[in-house]
Structures are given as structure tokens and as C-alpha cells.
Design a protein around this ligand. Sequence first.
Ligand code: IVH
Length: 671
Amino acid sequence: MKKPVARVAQLHELLHDHSHRYYVLDNPSISDAEYDDMFRELQSLEAQFPDLQTPDSPTQRVGAPPLDGFDSVQHAIPMLSLGNAFSQDELNEFDRRVRERLEREGDEVIYVAEPKLDGLAISLRYEHGVFVQGATRGDGRSGENVTENLRTIEMIPLKLRTASPPAVFEARGEVFMSHDAFKSLNASMQASGKPAFVNPRNAAAGSLRQLDSRKTAQRRLSINLYGLGEVIGMDLPPTQMDALHLLAAYGFPVNNDIQRCDGIEACFDFYQTMGQRRPELGYDIDGVVFKVDSISEQRELGFVSRAPRWAIAQKFPAEEAQTLIESVEFQVGRTGALTPVARLQPVFVGGVTVSNATLHNMDEIERKDIRVGDTVIVRRAGDVIPEVARVVKYKRKHGARKIKLPQHCPVCGNPVQIREGEVKARCTGGLRCAAQVREAIKHFASRRAMDIDGLGDKLVEQLADAELINSVADLYTLDVEAVKAMPRMGEISANNLIKAIDTSRRTTLARFLFGLGIRDIGESGAALLASHFGSLEAVMAADESALTSIDDIGPIAADSVQTFFANADNRAVVDALLAAGVEFPTTETMQVGTLLSGNTYVLTGTLTVFTRDQAKQKLQLLGAKVSGSVSGKTTAVFAGDSPGSKVTKAESLGVPVLDEAALLELIGPVE
Ligand code: IVH
């Protein structure tokens, strides 16, 4: 038999077309039986001629063999989050800021109003029109590679519906689960004795993060696309509305309720209408999103930290329910802060069962006059921790007890103190307090700090329970045998963890400082200290005026740094870490901003002499900016092995692309 190349191509086209009509347009033109016949014909041809089976074939939606874990994917353009407005005033304030920045105070701005789907954000990447990669949002800069799972979602086109696709096209949107799909999934979970999912969002997240994509294929996930990521080889649409039309034309499902709104009044009307229609939508939304329509205006407005200035989410009011406070406990956090937590009679609020709620601090308890035994209103808004909003006073019983701040830490017994001018009570036990130590270890191991892969919160708890780790430095004394003894820990995972711990020894000063968990020193504060002082010794020796000479380090943060290093326990931990071989490149104390100031570089591909982080840090030390994406402002791109599309983009913009040797020449080797 001659290879049926043409027939296979024709079946691809027909099946793609009919599934688009069925799943995206909700308007099928053939019967299910006719579809099934064509599908089986294609399956049988692929079985006879395996080389005709391509990843974009309609037969490839059934799922692939299970993975060991998800790879991480760097987003070429970061996936941002959104600022929130909780009232009409806050929305008006957003509009005022937009108009002020655009210098069109007298004018109405055109917005696009979209339902805010309550699912999880993903990015779909197409190269030359073919779906090649799908990733979760992750921390916005990098997410998990869930390509195989996304491929099983019928609403996602495996090929763009265009004859002339651009070289690269990234579509961004939300994966979610409809109420119908959620109900039937939970019914079948319960029928097979498995725990039900608490809400559609958790069900969607759980389904998308299955290592076995054949399981994902059985969950009826939905998706709506609402934005673009990296696009190479075509002009960007001039407005958000045009982008949505383009997405629809390429075969993506776009939400039906999206509307153009001229001016902020129209936006507020949209918010109210959607609020009323919410119960009948058939899927969860937790608010609406407003985006400035014009892309050039979006560019002009830019970003603040991780959120665009050109968009805002207006959330629906938090959901509330009534229940009883059974007791109050005090939890001890990483910095020793004691947080009062109410143990509640379990109650269903906003889609989940809540049995704990934060009382924030003693001032709040006083202000709201909350007592143990009170009937209270519990409130839950989106992802935030449930809180006790108010007491239903007329239901107060005689025995309702006042809540007292313990004099001693419930975990370590050291005295509890409230600092002058603060509302939070803190345990003074520092690193002698087991609760603080555990939180400190979790923070130390986390991705943005020492990045110890595989050391999650649960494992830290288990290792601490087994008294294998009593300080962050103890991590470096762990061996495979000890780790293997933990529940559900196999040989391979134990080995991998020990390897990851070992790898974390070679880090950067910025990560190390951040990992120490110094109060008031976040990720960017740590980076500033590192680049300003160059070495740990210099940071430790710095006095207040040296510390506050850095822009963005104020007297409070400076005091926290000094207090941290003045504490003998903390110094002992630092010494133990250094003795365990933790190291970071030390550069001579130098003024940042000398040699390369004003230059912006992009690093891509695998470097051999340094890691990308090391190169980034050195460039920054020399005063350069290092960016994650290429633009007209990029000075040069340094490309290592197997670089991605950033090189193509640089070339299209006329930005020089240099190799690692040139980088080495510029910044010298890592000491
Ligand atoms: S736009 C640049 N549009 O909300 C802005 N986000 O709070 C990026 N979301 O991570 C997001 N519906 O998971 C946008 N129509 C919509 C959305 C939406 C839901 C989610 C998304 C994002 C989060 C931000």
C-alpha cells in the first residue's frame, strides 16, 4: 500500500475542523458517529504507518505515558498578576491614575472588560503554527511544563487555524472546570472511595498537574484565552480587542461575555451585571478584569513590580458564613510573630469548608471584641486566609471567654514581647524556638532562596519531627540513609534531595542573604546588599549609615540587618553554613554602576563557564541591567548552547547576539 500521506493530512484537517466546531464554537455540523468513523480511520492509518503519526495529530489527545516530574519552563515574557480593586472608589482611583499617566485627564479611556475566571493561568506556545509547549504560570518567570496534559484538552487547537502562522505565537489564558464537569468528577471520585475536590479550581489544578496525562484526558477541563505572550514574525494587534479576535480566528476559545467599555462608568456597570449573572454562568468567576484596550497605551503605562498599570481586577465581595469559635490557638511564624487562630466549627464558605480563621493580632481581637464561644461571621475572599469578620453579638453566651495573649511562646516557652509601636506579639526565642526554626528552614530551602529542589514544607516538618534538622545548617549534614527513612521517601528521591542540597552549596550572596530570613530584608533588599557590599563580611560589618546609604534600605531594615548579625545564635548558624561549604562568589567591594551602567543584557541558552545566575549577578555588579526579554532597548544578547527564540527576536530587532566567550571577556571568570 502506498503511504496515505494525503489522506492523513485530509483527516487531520477534517477532525481539527469538526472538533473546533464542537468544542469551541459549540456548533457541530456532523454526527458523533461520523466523527468517530474518521477518527478510527486515522488511528488505523497511523498504526500501519507510524511515521505519519505527528504530535499535532487529533489522535494525540488521549494522553502520553506518565512522567517522573514536570520540567521547568522559563517564560520568554513574564506572566504577570493583577492589582485588585474592592470598591467602586478603588476602581475610579485606578481610572484616574491611568488617565493621569496618559495625560488625558478630560478624556474617557477605552477598556476591555472580561470575566475573571477562577482557574489557573497557562501559556500555550506555537512554533510555525504547531502547538509545541504549554506551561503553568508558576512564579510568573518560570512555570511547569504541562504540554502533554494540555494537549488532551480538546478546546486547545493543536495547530493554529491559519495558512500563514507566525514563527512564534504564545497564547495565554485560564484553564478551569465547569460546574457540570466538577460535579460529575466528584461523583465518580466518591463512588470509587476517593476524596472529593473542594472546589472547581482545585479540581482543575489537580487535573492539570497529573503526571499521567491519560488521567488529565479523562477530566473535562475547559480553557479560555485572554492574552498574548511572546510573538515573533508578525505585528502585534493594536488593541486588546483585536488580540482577542485574533485568538478566536486562530481557533482558540475566547470568553463570550467580554465587552468593550468606553470609560470607567461602563466598566462598573459590567461588574454589576456580571455579579448578578454569576450564579447562572456554569463556571466560577471571582471578579472581572478591566484592561486598557490600546496596546500602545498599555506600553506607555508599563508595570509596577509584577502587575501591569494598565489592568485591574475588581473582585466580588468576599463570601461570608456564620459559625462558632471553639478555641483560639497562637501560631508562631518564621520571624516569631504570634498569630491568633480561631478553631471553628467547620462551615462551608465560598466553595470550601473552613475550620480555621485568622484573628490577625491582639489589637484586632480587641477592636472586634472576639471571645471564645462567640458566634461569628467568617469571611473568605479568593485565595486569602479566611478571617473572622465580626461577632454576632446578640448570640453571645454567658460563658464566652476573653482571649489572652500568652506570656510565653506556646512552642518554646521563651517570653513573648510586643515591640514599641508594633501590633504583633513575638516570641523572643529566635532560632532556639522550634517553630521559628522550621519556618526558617522552609524559607531557606525555597525557590527564590537556596532553591533546594524536592525539599518541600512537609518534608521539612518530617525531618524536624525526626530531630534530624534543628537549624538550616543541619541540612548539610543529612545523608541518603537518614532521608530514606522518612515516610513515602524512596531511594531515588532521597538521592536527588541530597544532590540538590549539595548543589545549593554553590549559591550567590544575594540568595544566601535572602535565605537567612532577616526581618525586613526581602529578595530585592538582599540583592541590593549583595551588590553594594560584595561580600558577607562587609554586610556583617556594615553600620547603620553604611546600610542606609543604599537607596531603598531604610533605618528599619538597617536595624534588622544589624540586629540579626549581632545575635550570637544567628552568627553561629552562619558560621556553620560556611563550615558546611556554602559558598558564593565574593567580589571586591565596589560601587555598582561603574563599568556597564546604562547597558541592558539578556542571557539565554546554557552557559558552560558560569550558571546564568552567576553571570547575571556579575553583570549587575558591574552596573548593568539584566532583563528576561529582548526589546529595542537591549544592548546585547549573550547566547549559550541551544538558545531559544530570544536570539531570533534579537536578530529581528537588530540587537547584537554574542557568545559566551564574549561574555567571559566582558565580566571575567567567576572567582
Ligand atoms: S490578565 C497582565 N485576564 O487572574 C495581566 N487574568 O490575578 C495578566 N485571570 O494570573 C492576567 N481571568 O490566572 C487576565 N480575563 C483575565 C483573567 C485573568 C482570570 C487570572 C489569571 C491571572 C490572575 C491575576
